[in-house]
Unconditional design. Structure first.
Length: 129
């Protein structure tokens, strides 16, 4: 019985060695998140792109807006051989309800639009499990 268990273990270990091999470094894709690049000046954006290229980053993920500034940023990123995964943010109409920035009460929470059109007095106890 112990001999059969050992044989099964050995066969499984050998199979795993063939299946789970390390990926060659040449096939690895190095990617990073670039947070809010459009808030930076053009000179700072170019510096970030140069640093990404020097670090051999091949793909970035970044939130972008549907405007000319974002298109210009994407063109400059692609010109350096870096691909980009788009994260398009929803566009809200000017009349959409919004939560103001409250730096004293919530210093780490930015103001913005609510994703769910729930009233402010919605009972929060529903979400307490």
């Amino acid at each position: 019985m112990l001999h059969q268990i050992f044989q099964i273990f050995l066969a499984s270990a050998l199979a795993a060695a063939f299946v789970f091999t390390a990926a060659p470094a040449g096939n690895s894709v190095v990617g990073v998140n670039v947070v809010n690049p459009l808030r930076a000046s053009l000179a700072d954006q170019d510096a970030i792109i140069a640093q990404l290229k020097a670090a051999h980053v091949r793909v970035i993920r970044s939130p972008l807006t549907p405007d000319d500034k974002a298109i210009d940023f994407v063109k400059r990123v692609y010109a350096q051989g870096i691909k980009i995964e788009f994260q398009l943010s929803p566009q809200f109409p000017p009349t959409a309800p919004s939560r103001p920035y409250q730096p004293r009460a919530f210093p780490n929470m930015w103001g913005g639009h609510r994703y769910l059109p729930l009233p402010l007095n919605f009972p929060k106890s529903i979400f307490n499990l």
